[in-house]
Design a protein around this ligand. Structure first.
Ligand SMILES: Nc1ncnc2c1ncn2[C@@H]1O[C@H](COP(=O)(O)OP(=O)(O)OP(=O)(O)O)[C@@H](O)[C@H]1O
Ligand SMILES: [Mg+2]
Length: 522
């Protein structure tokens, strides 16, 4: 209860009526009256008024303790019903001492409304302090690849996509044939992600069940000049590309007069340009559509928070459109986390990470020489800086799959002096997507899980089971390298290398996790 008023102070009209909170700090010359709206009424005493949360920060420890104690006993924060003007009155006797004397001296006391969010007053009051360093916004990569990854094989028609698909998946789902557009519907197959650590763990634990990580690969119909406007197989293939997390782009660098080239001759730099142009044109179309929809939302006008958010989003979409119209791929932009949130649901083709696969003749691949290769590398470096390029001979890979046994295929690789590039392209794809691995081990199951680099323990637990993210308690962690070095879990434990980690732990590549989670609600 507040003491009875003995001196009236006017309460500004905007705060009159309704329930308001009064908070003050004993012996501090500031008093705050916070409304349920977005404003704060502050008493302007001898010191600059501070915003409540800032005031708490600014208090010295004994005051903080007193404030907390008092707040716990409802002494400090009291609800007051403020009657409408002109009857609003407020007693200065409940003001802190310094404020009270100021109120008496400067009567009538001055009240003013301060915005609730900005902390400008706080910054001003400490103007002698060096300026705060700009907070570096954490960068987040585009896309949201999960544990089940999808990648599409993309390229001009008749460049070897289906043959590669068949070699990768070691199955006959693909449709390789020497005529353009042999593939119509995207074929799909899962391939196991090769990982020596996983193989070692399987050997060590000899579990009843083994679950390696996998990558779903799609063989997508060939592109051609004008695909974005419906030429060739037109738009159909584009929707297939939209659905994948990443792209393997096959570039033809083999000369073979028998194999038809849709452009008439082998010219990989021109082919690269055609593909990036088509993907970009399609993205422009997607973004223009998104912008149109967004404009429908913002057209209504008004001041609601939702509308403000929609307007900010519209500006971001306009920025993305300008970027694309400038001839640049979305994945090469330097986007803020908020912009990434806008980009992800657009499923843009040029936002997807690309691994370039340069398809060489078997002869060139073995001798590690190809007349087109330097130009291709230069072109990619110039237009898609940083994207990985892997030389491969799709026909060699296809031939290797025809050997009866793995050993025979290995022998062949040894005898010709060249290794299959397939394991490399899958591991490179994971690297490009900034993915890492963790493992769960035991007598029942050894499993390889996929997460984005930088994922924290609860989110990693959520990959195992969605409930685990919410009910996460802790994780028992040790790294594969430690296990391999020390030999077994007991030894890892004895050496104190088995650790209990909480919610803030960032899972490292190769961690072996045991998640402890509570029971799920409901
Ligand atoms: N490195 C290579 N050297 C020689 N021939 C190759 C090579 N790679 C693929 N080919 C041949 O090119 C032809 C076309 O291959 P494939 O059907 O895999 O192409 P594609 O890109 O899937 O075509 P589409 O776009 O029509 O689906 C096949 O005859 C295949 O054997
Ligand atoms: Mg094909």
């Amino acid at each position: 209860m507040l003491p009875p008023p003995d001196r009236a102070c006017p309460i500004p009209h905007s705060l009159s009526g309704g329930e308001h909170q009064i908070s003050f700090v004993p012996n501090l010359p500031a008093i705050f009256l916070t409304s349920h709206t977005n404003s704060v009424l502050a008493y302007e005493g001898p010191r600059l008024p501070l915003l409540p949360q800032r005031a708490l920060l600014a208090l010295s420890n004994p005051y903080k303790r007193r404030l907390r104690l008092a707040a716990a006993n409802s002494l400090i924060t009291t609800s007051v019903a403020v009657p409408p003007l002109p009857f609003a009155s407020f007693t200065h006797t409940c003001l802190p001492r310094a404020a009270r004397s100021a109120a008496l001296e400067q009567a009538p006391a001055v009240w003013r409304i301060l915005p609730y969010t900005p902390c400008r007053h706080y910054a001003k009051s400490r103007s002698k302090m060096p300026p705060k360093k700009a907070v570096q916004e954490e960068k987040i990569p585009l896309g949201r690849p999960g544990n089940s990854l999808k990648s599409g094989i993309v390229g001009l028609a008749n460049v070897g996509k289906s043959t590669l698909f068949q070699a990768i998946t070691k199955c006959s789902l693909g449709n390789p044939a020497n005529f353009p557009y042999a593939t119509i519907e995207p074929e799909e197959a899962r391939v196991i992600v090769p990982d020596d650590r996983f193989d070692w763990l399987v050997e060590k634990y000899k579990p009843k069940s083994v679950v390696p990580a996998n990558l779903t690969v799609y063989d997508i119909a060939g592109l051609t000049r004008g695909s974005s406007t419906g030429a060739g197989l037109g738009n159909a293939f584009l929707s297939h590309i939209r659905a994948v997390d990443a792209i393997f782009q096959v570039v033809r660098c083999f000369d073979d007069a028998e194999i038809i080239h849709v452009e008439g001759d082998v010219n990989p730099t021109r082919d690269l340009d055609i593909i990036s142009e088509e993907l970009r044109l399609k993205d422009i179309e997607f973004v223009e559509k998104a912008l149109e929809n967004q404009k429908k939302k913002t057209r209504m006008g008004g001041q609601s928070l939702e509308l403000k958010k929609a307007k900010i989003e519209q500006e971001m979409i306009e920025k993305i459109l300008a970027w694309l119209q400038d001839g640049k791929d979305v994945r090469k932009g330097n986007w803020t986390p908020k912009e990434v949130e806008v980009i992800n649901p657009l499923f843009l083709l040029t936002a997807k990470p690309v691994v370039y696969l340069v398809n060489l003749s078997e002869k060139d691949f073995i001798r590690k020489k190809n007349k087109h290769l330097p130009k291709v590398a230069e072109g990619i470096k110039e237009n898609a800086t940083g994207d990985p390029i892997i030389p491969i001979s799709v026909s060699f890979e296809e031939r290797l799959t025809r050997f009866e046994t793995e050993d025979a295929a290995r022998e062949e690789q040894k005898s010709v002096g060249a290794e299959s590039a397939l394991p490399k392209i899958i591991t490179q794809m994971r690297k490009t997507l900034q993915l890492g691995s963790f493992f769960t081990t035991g007598a029942d199951e050894v499993r390889h899980w996929t997460i984005r680099v930088g994922t924290k323990a609860p989110q990693a637990a959520g990959v195992i089971h969605t409930d685990f993210e919410k009910t996460f308690i802790q994780a028992i962690v040790f790294n594969f390298n430690m296990l391999k070095e020390l030999g077994d879990e007991a030894e890892v434990k004895a050496k104190g290398k088995m650790m209990t980690k909480g919610k803030e732990y960032v899972v490292e590549d190769g961690d072996i996790l045991l998640i402890k989670a509570g029971a799920a609600k409901g």
